[in-house]
Design a protein around this ligand. Structure first.
Ligand code: NAD
Ligand code: TYD
Length: 356
């Protein structure tokens, strides 16, 4: 049965991150009386400035409560879950490269944290609905065709393995404890407020500063690109219309090779391809992600933003919001950048423009 409850009181975990903050801004922006509590640990990726547009509007700000905390902290989580109609879980460590270097936090949040949230939902008297925001990376690399929801889980990075483990915990709580839960598997997401460690914002911000753009391997890996407000809208659609116990792929419908993405963003910025460096590949690099979106389409949802429009809006946002991304490239950024790219860039070479 589709769930038709109004879901007017939401707990949004990871709501200070990239997609979670878009969800909070968009849902509160509809002005339909929904109240949101954000629970966020404010890791290096969490940023309260992502919620500034809400804070700037007194009517929206009055419907937002921010709690600084960890989803793996059961004492903090239980009373928050008890007070809501639904929990939407965006909280996670999300960068594949970091999961290769330091996987521990991925497991703490992706496994223990998800378990704590599910257990709080099980115990809550109001039987809140639980939405687990997962990823296409749980399918592993998809050499051809498009993965449907019933395809086997075959994660290949510690990040993807932690996300798959979270999904399996959801499944176990649906079956054993009859928790009302749904799972979304989103494609590669991009847009405003994207942390500059990821491909698109890293390359835009480096290119603005005429810094080298480290393209892994041959740059012919394929991703399906999903604009952030489409991803947020799909999660909300599944919250409101998804069938308990089901999983939904969220596709962008924009499969591109990384080289094509880089070409497009450089064109929009008016920067030269000569900034691109071919560098040592990511270990275990998934060649292609691709999903079938028919199941969510049958519930009435489709992405609204083309890749061309979304990328133009994203590039323009980064150009107009230098203060935001320069602040996220402060603090521990230099240490991270040196560790991840120092040797790669020293050994890298100019990338030929062909091969797309
Ligand atoms: P992000 O890294 O920008 O944000 C993650 C947020 O979670 C941050 O605000 C961080 O502070 C918070 N957080 C981390 N650990 C926490 C903990 N233990 N307790 C509370 N808060 C914690 O990530 P994102 O790109 O916005 O991704 C959000 C979700 O969507 C993740 O679950 C991710 O796996 C999933 N997803 C992302 C993409 C993508 O391309 N970005 C695609 C599909 C699915
Ligand atoms: P990323 O944004 O890290 O997302 P994911 O690994 O979750 O798909 O990377 C997107 C693609 O871009 C992926 O094929 C790896 C590649 N990439 C680079 O070539 N260079 C980089 O510096 C980064 C961060 C990613």
């Amino acid at each position: 049965m589709a769930n038709e409850r109004p879901f007017e009181r939401l707990l949004v975990t990871g709501g200070a991150g990239f997609i979670g903050s878009c969800y909070v801004r968009d849902v509160l922006g509809r002005r339909d009386g929904t109240r949101i509590t954000v629970l966020d640990k404010l890791t290096y990726a969490g940023n309260e400035a992502n919620l500034a547009p809400v804070r700037a509007d007194p009517e929206m700000a009055a419907r937002l409560t921010f709690v600084h905390g960890d989803i793996a902290d059961a004492d903090a989580v239980r009373p928050l879950v008890d007070a809501v109609d639904a929990v939407v879980n965006f909280a996670a460590e999300t960068h594949v490269d970091r999961s290769i270097l330091e996987p521990e936090a991925f497991l703490a949040t992706g496994v223990i944290g998800v378990h704590v949230l599910l257990d709080a939902c099980r115990a809550a008297t109001g039987h809140p609905r639980f939405v687990q925001v997962s990823t296409d990376e749980v399918y592993g690399s998809v050499p051809e065709g498009h993965a449907r929801e019933e395809a086997p889980l075959a994660p290949r990075s510690p990040y993807a393995a932690a996300k798959a483990a979270g999904e399996l915990l959801v499944r176990s709580y649906v079956i054993t404890h009859v928790v009302d839960a749904v799972v979304t598997r989103g494609a590669n997401t991009y847009g405003p407020y994207h942390h500059p460690e990821k491909l698109i914002p890293l390359f835009i911000t480096n290119a603005i500063d005429d810094l080298p753009l480290p393209l892994y391997g041959d740059g012919l890996q394929h991703r399906d690109w999903l604009y952030v407000s489409d991803h947020a809208a799909a999660v909300d659609h599944v919250l409101r219309h998804g069938i308990a116990g089901e999983t939904y792929n969220v596709v962008g419908g924009a499969e591109r090779a990384n080289r094509e993405v880089v070409t497009a963003l450089l064109e929009r910025l008016g920067k030269p391809w000569s900034l691109v460096r071919e560098v040592e590949d990511r270990p275990g690099h998934d060649r292609r992600y691709a999903m079938d979106g028919a199941k969510l389409a049958s519930l009435g949802w489709r992405a609204a933003t083309t890749f061309e429009d979304g990328l133009a809006a994203t590039v323009d946002w980064f150009v107009a919001n230098e203060a935001w991304w320069r602040a996220t490239k402060a603090g521990d950024w230099d240490g991270w950048y040196e560790r991840q790219y120092g040797r790669r860039l020293a050994n890298g070479r100019a990338a030929a423009r062909d091969g797309v």
